[in-house]
Design a protein around this ligand. Structure first.
Ligand code: RIB
Ligand code: CA
Length: 306
């Protein structure tokens, strides 16, 4: 079923693959892309959103710049993974249009207010700062959000930025805590499942052979991702799992877990804490048919539409 969505993102190599997947999929009517600082600074994530849209010839989709920093902490620098340009040095065109004037949070509230109740979903691919600020500063508008699908957290998996913490939640633990306990119609897509969607060199060869601009760009992005890898023969595609969950939810298994977020200053800041008093009931994707999900991703990107 086609849904109107806003993609909230910090592109970011895997964010770029996720956005190109959404552009190639009829299930998404992309109302706009809101950007957040995360993998790299806000100016670069915002420019990159415009560059990704330019590659797909979609300069009509609004790019709206959001939070330049977490609510109350310093963020992380992941140039070692995503490169100094945030896109692994892959050749993307320049944006076709400048970003919108207003801030992403004001823009989101205005769009929520003028659309039917629950008709706009948010696909969250980065730190949750923008969504937390929307909840804090525009609660009536936030109450009109449809679904929120979040890539973040680690439940029964080690973290990827701390021993138990995953990057998106650890970049802004306070924002994650606000979003998870807000009672939104939310599903969390943690490392437990995203680490099972792994692209190999064979997949990049297939994508290049498909020959579409999106497929070739994604092949180049995954090849760049390999540069930062630990020599393993595959790389996890975290953010595309958000779109893939929307396209094929039955390829995922879910549990409702009682979760809090560690907002301390230790190495586990941003980690999910299960079964703590006061924890929120969260719908979490905890299993996945990783091979089928990867096949779906490759098939969509190979379509000639983009
Ligand atoms: O932990 C994975 C997440 O952190 C992804 O969103 C990736 O883009 C990085 O931001
Ligand atoms: Ca991301």
């Amino acid at each position: 079923m086609r849904r109107s969505v806003v993609i909230d993102t910090d592109p970011g190599i895997d964010d770029a693959v996720a956005i190109l997947l959404a552009l190639a999929s009829p299930e998404f009517d992309i109302a706009g892309i809101t950007t957040v600082a995360g993998n790299i600074g806000i100016a670069t994530t915002t420019r990159n959103a415009g560059r990704i849209l330019a590659l797909a010839g979609r300069g009509d989709i609004a790019v709206v710049s959001g939070a330049p920093a977490p609510l109350s902490r310093k963020g992380f620098d992941t140039a070692d993974i995503h490169g100094n340009d945030g896109l692994g040095g892959v050749g993307f065109p320049e944006p076709l249009a400048p970003p919108a004037e207003e801030n992403a949070v004001v823009w989101l509230a205005a769009h929520l207010d003028r659309r039917p109740q629950k008709s706009l979903d948010i696909l969250a691919l980065g730190p949750l700062t923008n969504i937390a600020r929307l909840l804090l500063e525009h609660p009536a508008s936030a109450a009109r959000i449809g679904r929120v699908v979040v890539m973040g957290g680690a439940v029964r998996e080690p973290g990827n930025i701390g021993p138990r913490s995953e990057f998106n939640l650890a970049a802004d633990p306070e924002a994650a805590a606000i979003v998870l306990r807000a009672g939104l119609d939310l599903v969390l897509i943690p490392l437990d499942v995203t680490r099972k969607v792994r692209a190999t060199r064979a997949d990049t060869t297939m994508l290049k052979a498909a020959g579409t601009p999106a497929a070739i760009a994604c092949a180049d992005l995954v090849d760049a991702y390999f540069q930062s890898g630990d020599g393993r023969e595959s790389r996890p595609l975290h953010d595309p799992c958000v779109m893939l969950h929307c396209i094929a939810p039955t390829l995922f298994g879910h549990e409702t877990l009682k979760l809090s977020v560690d907002t301390g200053d230790g190495p586990d800041a941003g980690a999910l804490i299960p079964d703590e008093p006061g924890g929120a009931e969260v719908d979490v994707a905890t299993s996945i048919d990783g091979a089928a999900v990867l096949r779906l991703l490759i098939e969509r990107l190979a379509r000639r539409s983009v």
